[in-house]
Design a protein around this ligand. Structure first.
Ligand SMILES: Cc1cc2nc3c(=O)[nH]c(=O)nc-3n(C[C@H](O)[C@H](O)[C@H](O)COP(=O)(O)O)c2cc1C
Length: 151
């Protein structure tokens, strides 16, 4: 069987599979790099990497450091495509987006919230922004907002 490639922006994966994000330390460097090594797009989930009992600042710092660590580890395990999933409802979503971009990830899969302002946060336009949405209306809102931001 001929399996088609998947192209998203400037990225082409050999097989059309994007591994779903599983937060709270389920999909980290190990799973995502294994998927990427098989030719798919592996996903690191960024939710729940810090200790939720900690103070807000401490949680944000721990989440950032753990995400940096997982991204670096994934990159050391694969030359394939790695995405980071960020949930918009998180209080530290912006910080996770900035950390992801700073660490050189080129695919952000954004769920649990409408990423209306995401392009303003991600100045590097080689980063592909993939919203997870469930309606045409949400797509329309996002595209209208992104259009306003970049034009
Ligand atoms: C244990 C678990 C954790 C998940 N965590 C996340 C998450 O952090 N972010 C997210 O966008 N989706 C999350 N999901 C959703 C999956 O990425 C995926 O979209 C979903 O499981 C696919 O649909 P299905 O379970 O109906 O097949 C999670 C799913 C599971 C089973």
């Amino acid at each position: 069987m001929k399996i088609p490639k998947l192209t998203i922006g400037n990225i082409t994966s050999n097989i059309p599979i994007i591994q779903g994000a599983m937060g709270v330390k389920v999909s980290l460097s190990s799973l995502s790099s294994a998927v990427a090594n098989e030719g798919g797009i592996g996903t690191i989930a960024s939710v729940g990497l810090g200790d939720i009992e900690a103070s807000k600042n401490e949680y944000e710092r721990a989440s950032r450091e753990a995400l940096e660590k997982e991204i670096r580890k994934a990159k050391s395990l694969t030359d394939g495509h790695i995405a980071v999933n960020i949930m918009g409802v998180l209080s530290n979503a912006d910080d996770l987006v900035k950390t992801t971009v700073r660490e050189g990830i080129k695919i952000i899969v954004f769920g649990a919230g409408l990423p209306l302002k995401l392009p303003a946060l991600v100045e590097d336009n080689s980063v592909n922004l993939l919203p997870i949405i469930s309606s045409g209306r949400a797509a329309e809102l996002i595209l209208r907002s992104w259009d306003r931001l970049i034009s």
